[in-house]
Design a binder for this molecule. Structure first.
Ligand code: BGC
Length: 352
């Protein structure tokens, strides 16, 4: 296993950005930049051993300075939506930017995907990795508390990408970190993902209103196009006349992962039959947002690719959307003295 580092450009305010390349002994290569803690490329073999880059992304730093789809990044301080950009905590109301209609989305105007992280390489007998750290100051994007965030991205020889997140605060705050990779297991530049077979380990999901905020209900997937308890292609029901799919312009919902305790549980799986590539996603958090790239619209990506609607899908493990305003959901509050932890694993293999 091996790690190399090179320059990846300079931000408009003069900060130097790095690109780390991590390689294991089984043909897996991942490129991670210090800008936004973004996975720029992820190469894995198919059933014949042929390697392809299976994540959407930009060729250069420039693309990531805008990055409306949030390709490949760590999203924070609060991934997903907070209704009307407001929440109350310990008797105080906090106001966030309304950057998604009237709601707050993905940490605000300058979220964790648009800052430069401190990096340190890690290598042991079993893994190669990069540890990224960022101090989000009290009041940044309207959130309370100085929040120290650490993310360890690592790969091992089982072709697993592990993402271990930790954070501490000096004042009560809310936190919801996730990874926002867009996958296309045929290859990032091969068109839409509608033929991927998806399984989601969930009996229930959180239906939303027309602004993508959960209604608070945990609805049964049974008998609906939201039922992915057995493998179904993404395209099979995506255009069904089902209110939630109309509201989301496709799949853009949080599923309630079936689990008994807070350990690493299987959230979802995708299989691309043409290449044989398989992705399984594990998390220690209660939910997973399954998003089918409904708002991708002509982004110019790596290798001259132009990404189209549904050119990639995301499995984003996390707390449920809008948890700060929905006391019946698992709490996303972090207090001083506690350590926020979120472990995610993206495991690649091939089906025979
Ligand atoms: C959200 C989508 C949003 C996308 C890009 C996803 O996590 O669920 O609604 O369009 O991120 O911001």
């Amino acid at each position: 296993m091996n790690i190399t580092k090179k320059a990846f450009g300079t931000t408009p305010d003069g900060q130097e950005v790095e690109l780390y390349t991590l390689t294991n002994d089984n043909d897996m290569t991942i490129k991670i930049t210090s800008y936004g803690a973004i996975v720029v490329s992820l190469f894995v073999p198919d059933q014949d051993g042929k390697v392809a880059d299976v994540v959407l992304g930009y060729e250069k730093l420039d693309g990531y300075l805008q990055n409306d789809p949030y390709f490949g990044c760590i999203v924070g301080r609060y991934a997903n939506r907070i209704a009307k950009g407001k929440f109350s905590l310990e008797g105080r109301e906090y106001t966030l930017a309304q950057n998604n209609g009237e709601n707050a989305l993905h940490g605000g105007l300058v979220g964790f995907n648009k800052v430069v992280w401190e990096c340190e390489t890690v290598q042991t007998d079993d893994i190669v990795g990069v540890r990224l750290s960022y101090l989000s100051k009290n009041g940044e994007e309207g959130y309370p508390g100085n929040l120290n965030v650490n993310i360890l991205y690592s790969i091992n020889n089982n072709n697993e990408l592990k993402i271990d997140c930790e954070a501490t605060t000096d004042k009560a705050t809310v936190i919801n970190l996730t990874h926002h990779g867009y996958f296309n297991l045929k290859g990032h530049d091969t068109g839409d993902i509608l033929n991927h077979e998806v399984t989601i380990n969930a009996d229930r999901y959180t239906p939303t209103d027309e602004t993508a905020i959960p209604t608070g209900e945990l609805a049964d997937v049974d008998g609906t196009p939201m039922d992915f308890r057995s493998a179904t292609t993404i395209g099979a029901r995506i255009e069904d006349d089902f209110e939630q799919l109309k509201l989301g312009n496709g799949y853009d919902h949080n599923w309630v992962i079936n689990r008994s305790k807070d350990d690493l549980a299987l959230a979802a799986k995708a299989v691309d039959k043409t290449s044989g590539r398989v992705l399984e996603v594990f998390t220690t958090k209660p939910g997973v947002q399954f998003y089918t790239g409904n708002f991708i619209e002509g982004q110019k990506g790596k290798d001259g690719a132009v990404y189209k609607k549904r050119g990639g899908f995301c499995f984003e493990p996390q707390f449920f959307p809008d948890s700060p305003n929905q006391p019946q959901f698992p709490s996303a509050v972090l207090h001083p003295g506690e350590v926020y932890q979120h472990k995610m694993a993206y495991k690649f293999s091939v089906s025979k």
